[in-house]
Unconditional design. Sequence first.
Length: 260
Amino acid sequence: MGKRLDGKRIMITGAAQGIGLAMAEAFVREGAALLLIDLDDARLLEAADRLRTEGARVSHAIADITSTAAIADAVTRATLEIGEINALVNNAGVNVFAAPLASTDEEWARCFDINLKGAWNCCRAVLPGMINSGGGVILNMASTHAFTIIQHTFPYPLAKHALLGMTKSLGLEYAAKGVRVNALAPGYVATQKVLDYWNSFPDPEAAKAETMKLHPGGRIASPEEIAMAALFMISDECPFMNATCLTVDGGLSIQQHPAG
């Protein structure tokens, strides 16, 4: 199909594994240069080195997205290595699930620091350059939790609802500056987080089967399928898509209850 992301210099957070790594691999195949950010130093170095050996232009930073200074430093260094960032994927996130009254102050702070404040830190670091250069793209990885509620998953859905609000706010605020801001909302994806969720049950295989039954197609997404959707939204193929959210969940979130 050619290089759909030629000229894109894309910052991806949570890039060392799962959906983040799948996006990095997909973006590189389409000609993008990358800034990869993660806290897992071993996995991040492995991913960055492998992509470089395949010919990709890659900058990487072991950085905490909740630190404004660390993210600003990573963006500054990447500008010297690959050029000014003109696309951002806020992929890093953490599941924090509890019944509301069982949720602690520490869990609340961790959930919002990583899932919301961290995303804003990254937006704030790249937006001035995008505005000054005439445009850019931001993609926030939301979730079906951004518009549906599952009991005992507090406060995670609150943070994802807020992330969707930030997406809409920034999209409208900077549309006239040529910056598009959208969200992508996956449902269940075959990542380590989902495996850990299944393994938290006494019978992991039964838990997995129950998850599959929730989906009209009887399966969950692969990281590569989410990466394909992200590639489209980061590319110039949807120039009038702004301040909105694309759901990629196999139909999970629109049914009242699973069949059977």
